[in-house]
Design a protein around this ligand. Structure first.
Ligand SMILES: Cc1cc2nc3c(=O)[nH]c(=O)nc-3n(C[C@H](O)[C@H](O)[C@H](O)COP(=O)(O)O)c2cc1C
Length: 396
């Protein structure tokens, strides 16, 4: 999750010219196998109507470079760099409405201008044979009034505020949604999905993870409602399921995925029984036959680092009928192992893909990887660490 206290000073200085995109670093002196045995991650997979040529997926990665919530031309370069023929990409979290934001310069998909700005990005990804899903989100209480229309309070399942953190993040106490308002937010997700398809996305991923609005309904340590959206497991999952249903009815369940993180505790959003929550969601989703369920590993309980833990996503994987995606701390070896052991269909890579635009090729060749630079994950005013990570030299 990006920090809230970043400076909002977009500037075009430092944006690389198109020819820099084609720069390649030489492989001289690198230890690399010349043989390229097929690893399980690089075997094809049919996800509904989409023929994937391999099982590596670009994770949704917020980069905060969409000035005034409008995707910029540099995003075209960024995403097309990470596109491979038959590869699946998931976009950075993209706001469903003007109340959805919690960070500066995150893209949206609720205005015509935003839809138009996404189109050339989609064209570039499709021209290279990629399959591109839009992650649609609402931050809920992980926000402050500066991001809200008319300086109003952010909305949530609750009126319990997040505590401010030492690093200077500021959150405005949220306003609890009235029961009769919830269908309006569901409708925002529906319209955002419609807009995503209009922009050219192949489908949408509903962001139900990481402590944002949907997760604020799912988790019992946050959701303190007494209406039909709070209390029992079924009630807490109701909002998420209504979003899934509305979006599926709008664009077709065969173009809908969802991301969940039942085990995570980001943004003070934790559940007392994540196993039951995950299983209940997996089983409930089957009623709608959505395309995929994408789940963050329990080992990513806290942001950024993996810690080994006894919990596993296997019960959710077994309960869910369609394509299963896992994310969180994967490398070449344990990603392959997860596929071989049938613990997942696809493996989602975040930081490694951020720093290695040609990650599938590097995995194929077992080539060394660029190291990611945390300092440049979220710097809105600069594209350093965005489109300038080097590719392997073209050897063919
Ligand atoms: C810079 C950055 C931005 C992220 N933005 C998002 C986001 O927009 N949506 C989301 O669901 N997860 C987001 N995440 C989490 C990643 O999708 C992923 O789950 C996480 O990095 C763990 O995977 P990894 O170990 O392969 O990096 C972000 C992570 C990073 C490092």
């Amino acid at each position: 999750m990006p920090p809230h206290n970043v400076i909002q000073t977009p500037e075009s200085r430092g944006i690389p010219q198109a020819e820099e995109f084609h720069k390649r670093i030489p492989l001289t002196n690198r230890k690399m196998s010349t043989e390229a045995p097929t690893i399980p991650l690089l075997t094809p997979y049919k996800m509904g109507k989409f023929n994937l040529s391999h099982r590596l997926v670009l994770a949704p990665l917020t980069r905060m470079k969409s000035y005034n919530n409008v995707p910029q031309p540099h995003a075209l370069l960024y995403y097309s760099q990470r596109t491979s023929k038959g590869g699946l990409l998931i976009s950075e979290a993209t706001g469903v409405s003007d109340t959805a934001q919690g960070y500066p310069h995150t893209p949206g998909i609720w205005t015509k201008e935003q839809v138009e700005a996404w189109k050339p990005i989609l064209n570039a990804v499709h021209a290279k044979g990629g399959i591109f899903f839009c992650q649609i989100w609402h931050c809920g209480r992980v926000s402050n009034q500066d991001f809200q229309p008319n300086g109003q309070a952010p909305i949530s399942s609750t009126d319990k505020p997040l505590t401010s953190h030492d690093n200077g993040e500021q959150f405005t106490p949220p306003r609890r949604l009235r029961t009769d308002e919830i269908s309006l937010v569901v409708n925002d997700f529906r319209l955002a999905a419609r807009n995503a398809i209009e922009a050219g996305f192949d489908g949408v991923e509903i962001h139900g993870a990481h402590g944002y609005l949907i997760d604020q309904f799912l988790k019992d340590q946050v959701n303190d409602r007494t209406d039909e959206y709070g209390g029992s497991l079924e009630n807490r999952c109701r909002f998420a399921i209504e979003v899934v249903e509305a979006v599926s009815n709008e664009i077709g369940a065969d173009r809908v995925g969802i991301r969940l993180s039942p085990f995570a505790n980001y943004a003070e959003c934790e559940d007392s029984n994540p196993e039951a929550l995950g299983l209940h969601m997996a089983e409930s989703l089957n009623r709608y036959s959505i395309l995929y369920c994408h789940v963050v590993e329990p080992r990513m309980k806290t942001l950024g680092e993996k810690t080994e833990c006894p919990q596993s996503l296997v019960p959710m994987r077994n309960a869910f009928n369609n394509t299963f995606l896992v994310a969180g701390g994967y490398d070449r070896e344990d990603g392959s192992k997860a596929v071989v052991e049938n613990r997942t269909d696809l493996v989602v890579y975040g930081r490694l893909f951020l720093a290695n635009p040609d990650l599938p090729r590097r995995f194929e060749l077992n080539a060394p990887l660029n190291k990611y630079n945390r300092d440049t994950f979220y710097s809105p005013g600069s594209i350093i660490g965005y489109t300038d990570y080097p590719f392997l030299e073209t050897t063919t």
